[in-house]
Each structure stands twice: as structure tokens, then as C-alpha cells.
Design a protein around this ligand. Structure first.
Ligand code: CU
Ligand code: ZN
Length: 177
């Protein structure tokens, strides 16, 4: 009897170890962007962990062709009060606001969305970028449960702490897939 229990415990330990060392699925998350009051911008943002970086893919519609829009991960996963409840840019390390490719910036600072001027009846913008300031794994830079915001103006990448990107056109909470 004793041997049987010991064997079962051993088998369980082996199974557990297998689960921890060989995840069969990559870590993924997504956010459905919905327009704030009086706006018509919507879209989807997907996130996938790729090594130490996160690949972000965004497809956003209802923009003005030829225009540029600030795009960030904000601290709080709450799209209430027309996106204002999402508070400021996600900034776990107390950095200044900055350009997405600079060393010192908010973890949530992303490249702005660009809606091509031509052949763009739906006002669509696409973005594909990898950033290493955020993660889908547990830790201080984890973005699950935070929010993605599309702004009405371009991000100037320098005005503190917002990039002067203006009103919030669309908002979505980041959820694990
Ligand atoms: Cu923002
Ligand atoms: Zn910022």
C-alpha cells in the first residue's frame, strides 16, 4: 500500500514538472477596442510572448485616412468615464514618457497608429511591433488586466507625461487568451 501511494505521488510530481517545463501554447492575450462616447474607432489588439519580448499586432478602424494617433498601454483595465478610468500610461519603473524605441520610457509607450491616406475607405490602421518593456508572464511589467487606448492626436513622444496625444477615442481591456 505504502509503495502504491509513493508511486502515485512520484507520477504526479513528474506530470507537474512536465507541465511547468513544456508549455504547449505560447502566452497570448488580446484587447477588443471599443469607441468612447461620440466616437467610432474600434479594433483588436493581440499580444504574443516571443522570448523576452511581446509581439503586438493591432488592427484599428474608424480613423481618418492620412492621420496619426497616439497608442499606449494604460495602467488600469477600466474603460469607464470615456477611457479616463484607465488612468495614465503603464509605467511600473517610474520612467519619463518617451519614444517607443528609446531606453527610458513608460513600459506602455508604443508607436503611434498611422492610417494610410490612400485606398483606405474604412480608415484602417495596422501596427506590428515587438517591445521588450512588457510581458505576459507574471511580474511587474505584466500587462494582463491593463488597458489599450487609441488617442485623437499623434504622440509627440516628448510632452510629459502624456505625449500630448489628446482625447481617448477607443479603449479595451487586455485579457489573457
Ligand atoms: Cu495613452
Ligand atoms: Zn507614456
Amino acid at each position: 500500500m505504502k509503495t502504491k501511494i509513493a508511486l502515485a505521488a512520484f507520477a504526479a510530481a513528474v506530470l507537474l514538472a512536465a507541465c511547468q517545463t513544456t508549455p504547449d501554447e505560447p502566452l497570448r492575450a488580446s484587447a477588443q477596442l471599443k469607441p468612447t462616447k461620440g466616437n467610432k474607432t474600434y479594433g483588436e489588439v493581440t499580444f504574443q510572448q516571443v522570448g523576452a519580448a511581446v509581439q503586438i499586432q493591432a488592427v484599428v478602424q474608424g480613423l481618418k485616412p492620412g492621420a496619426e494617433y497616439g497608442f499606449h498601454i494604460h495602467e488600469v483595465g477600466d474603460c469607464g468615464a470615456d477611457g479616463m478610468s484607465a488612468k495614465g500610461h503603464f509605467n511600473p519603473y517610474g520612467e519619463p514618457h518617451g519614444k517607443y524605441d528609446s531606453a527610458n520610457r513608460h513600459a506602455g509607450d508604443l508607436p503611434s497608429l498611422n492610417a494610410p491616406a490612400k485606398n483606405n475607405k474604412r480608415g484602417r490602421a495596422r501596427l506590428l511591433v515587438q517591445v521588450d518593456t512588457i510581458t505576459l508572464e507574471p511580474g511587474p511589467t505584466n500587462i494582463i488586466g491593463r488597458a489599450v487606448i487609441v488617442h485623437a492626436q499623434p504622440d509627440d513622444y516628448r510632452t510629459q507625461p502624456t505625449g500630448n496625444a489628446g482625447a481617448r477615442l477607443a479603449c479595451g481591456v487586455i485579457k489573457a487568451d
